[in-house]
Unconditional design. Structure first.
Length: 416
């Protein structure tokens, strides 16, 4: 720019054809006559006077006027384009753009609290460099130029290039978010609610806190987290910190939808309580998903399930019946033992009676018992005893022998 200006000056000087060395002014001859030493510098000083002649300098009036008008126009444009609060702010921004190198001016300071309000209150944060940017402790800034990612800046002072501005600011400290009364539905169509909380932070990349870096972070994970957004119905954008809770609650809904209510609130038949198992599964799924977005989930918490009142009453009645059953079980066992003993005594008495009957009705005992009427009555008695023994459902050796004896006697009576 300076070379162009100097070349224009020389061109104008030659264009005006001013030659003071041939016809110097009267006052110059007077000075030379009084001070002869000026004769040595006479040619150089006269050429300098030619360059500063009004006839030459008048050609700079359009340039100066045009530059002044151009500066006003550009500052007005910057004020409108970047929505600056006033004209002095636009002039300050234009001065930074025209400065050589990096001007020693502060663009702004950013932290994780209210970054949107900071950008609204400080237009230079929206425009960017050149200048210096201060990033507070526990904060990471993501910079862009024309919407393109440039770099990740940690805590401290950083030099911004031209038009480099902070696009996002992340809090790298551990954070916790909680959602209350998360509504879910089981596979059998029963609705229930529970509270969910999650503790997370930007991925550290395996680094541990140190004196130099109190809150370590992975630059790649910070970049991934900064650009992790979900748009809900074109009305709300979820950032990386709200997405973590959103994904955790969504995975809990999916797990509940895959199970019946009995599997979620009862420990039987496996004996393992389902609540810790469900929490671990929810945490594992959410951690796997958010790891791809640069977020590290440290722990989760799952509150108790709140059931509808009708379902609660049904469970109370169920457990009450189970408790009553457990209370009556010893009494029923005692009654069953008593009945079994009575039945055994009856069976033994019946067996003795049959044995005695077999002994009396045996054909070898009395030849006079071969009459038809007695044989018929004996056959009916034998069949009745056989039926009674079979209904006893006792497989003792004594009963088996008695049934065999009755069968032999029955066959003998039928043959006769």
């Amino acid at each position: 720019m300076f070379i162009l200006l100097l070349g224009y000056w020389l061109y104008v000087w030659q264009f005006e054809r001013i030659n003071l060395t041939q016809t110097p002014p009267f006052w110059w001859n007077t000075i030379v006559n009084r001070f002869p030493l000026f004769e040595i510098l006479s040619r150089f000083l006269l050429s300098l006077l030619e360059l500063l002649s009004p006839r030459v300098l008048r050609h700079f009036i359009p340039i100066i006027l045009g530059g002044w008008l151009a500066r006003i126009s550009i500052s007005r444009f910057l004020e409108s384009f970047y929505d600056l609060p006033d004209h002095p702010s636009a002039n300050s921004l234009l001065s930074r753009f025209l400065a050589w190198g990096v001007p020693n001016r502060l663009v702004g300071s950013v932290n994780h609290r209210g970054f949107a309000e900071q950008k609204e209150g400080n237009p230079q944060l929206r425009v960017g460099g050149p200048g210096y940017l201060l990033v507070s402790q526990g904060t990471v800034a993501i910079t862009e130029i024309n919407g393109r990612f440039i770099r990740t800046l940690g805590p401290g002072s950083h030099t911004l290039d031209r038009f480099e501005y902070p696009a996002a600011v992340l809090d790298v400290r551990p954070q916790e978010r909680e959602a209350t009364n998360v509504k879910m539905f089981t596979s059998d169509g029963i609705d229930l609610t529970a509270d969910v909380s999650v503790t997370f932070q930007v991925g550290r990349g395996g680094q541990e806190p140190s004196r130099e870096q109190t809150f370590p972070f992975d630059p790649v994970a910070a970049r991934m987290a900064a650009y992790s957004t979900i748009n809900l119905n074109d009305e709300q954008d979820l950032s990386w910190d709200t997405i973590t809770l959103f994904i955790t609650a969504a995975e809990l809904r999916n797990l509940v939808a895959e199970s019946r209510l009995d599997e979620l609130i009862h420990a039987w038949p496996s004996g393992i309580h389902p609540h810790p198992r469900l929490k671990r599964a929810m945490e594992q799924r959410a951690r796997l998903i958010m790891r791809n977005d640069g977020v590290e989930i440290r722990k989760t918490r799952l509150g108790r399930f709140d059931l509808p009142e009708l379902v609660v009453l049904q469970n109370i009645n169920f457990w009450r019946s189970q408790w009553e059953k457990q209370q009556k079980l010893p009494q029923l066992e005692n009654e069953t033992t008593t009945l079994e003993e009575v039945d055994r005594d009856n069976v033994l008495a019946t067996a003795n009676f049959v044995q005695e009957l077999v002994d009396r009705l045996s054909p070898t005992r009395s030849p006079y018992d071969q009459l038809e009427t007695k044989s018929f009555r004996a056959l009916e008695a034998v069949e009745g005893m056989e039926t009674h023994l079979r209904q006893a459902q006792d497989s003792s050796p004594l009963i088996e022998r008695q049934l065999a004896a009755i069968g032999n006697l029955k066959q003998q009576l039928l043959d006769e």
